[in-house]
Design a protein around this ligand. Structure first.
Ligand SMILES: O=C[C@H](O)COP(=O)(O)O
Length: 254
């Protein structure tokens, strides 16, 4: 039976120029201690090749991208294909981050296509879901998140689905300093796992990694990750400081 992998992914978003990115990746390599937690550096495209070279000898470090295009290639100015990502050693691709959904109009249908493309290339999607504050206040957050997962992922076969990592990121907690409480995170993660159990069965649901994202930092990571259904984090701001990021990695379950 597949065991549930603990993962901490750092999403650098649109931060760090070339030199700063090199410095950050090198400091992470220096500070990281061997462990079973997978650590994914989701750097901007300009850094991917360099970061791959810096992390290549560290078994627990993986390269991630923050997006991809849904087509193989062609006249899509400014876009990047899964084949391009794969060719520089990318393993994980973040899909459906709320910033992409909101600022770039990414729909559930589009994300289903991107998921297919990532899996077909042999890469691993980190599929993001999460509700706005209005939806949470209306009390429909569980239904909202479950609908995002159904629309983006439930066309996948069980074999395909087993490669997917889910990241729950309440939008009201992203970059705001206002994190979900451990109970709020656990409740949603349990609801997601229950949905996965209905669709794919308990064995696959139990083995699925579900990350929490939204103002995770060195001070709150341990209590969030100690929740039974929280299997690590998708970290934005705090992934830009090596020391704090490593503290977060070390807060994962052993
Ligand atoms: O992808 C990461 C999330 O958007 C969380 O960002 P944050 O840790 O800066 O709140």
């Amino acid at each position: 039976m597949k065991t549930r992998q603990q993962i901490v992914a750092g999403n650098w978003k649109m931060n760090k120029n070339y030199g700063e990115g090199r410095e950050l990746a090198m400091e992470i390599v220096e500070r990281l201690k061997p462990s079973n937690t997978q650590v994914v550096l989701c750097a901007p495209y300009i850094h991917l090749q360099l970061v791959k070279n810096i992390i290549k000898d560290v078994a627990s470090l993986y390269l991630g991208a923050q997006n991809c295009h849904q087509e193989d290639k062609g006249a899509y100015t400014g876009e990047i294909s899964v084949d391009m990502l794969k060719s520089v050693g990318v393993s994980y691709v973040i899909l459906g981050h709320s910033e992409r959904r909101e600022y770039f109009g990414e729909s559930d249908e589009l994300l289903a296509k991107k998921t297919d493309k990532v899996l077909a290339a042999g890469l691993l999607p980190i599929f993001c879901c999460g509700e706005s504050l209005d939806i949470r206040d209306a009390g429909t957050h569980v239904a909202h998140v479950q609908a995002q997962i159904k629309a983006g992922l439930f066309h996948l076969s069980p074999e395909e689905f087993q490669k997917v990592v889910i990241a729950y990121e309440p939008i009201w907690a992203i970059g705001t300093g206002r994190t979900a409480s451990p109970e709020q995170a656990q409740d949603m993660h349990a609801a997601i796992r229950a949905l996965l159990t209905d669709q794919y069965g308990a064995e696959i649901a139990d083995a699925t990694t579900i990350l929490y994202g939204g103002s995770v930092n060195g001070g709150n990571a341990a209590v969030l990750f100690s929740q039974p259904d929280v299997d690590g984090g998708l970290v934005g701001g705090a992934s830009l400081k090596a020391e704090e990021f490593i503290t977060i990695v070390e807060a994962t379950k052993k």
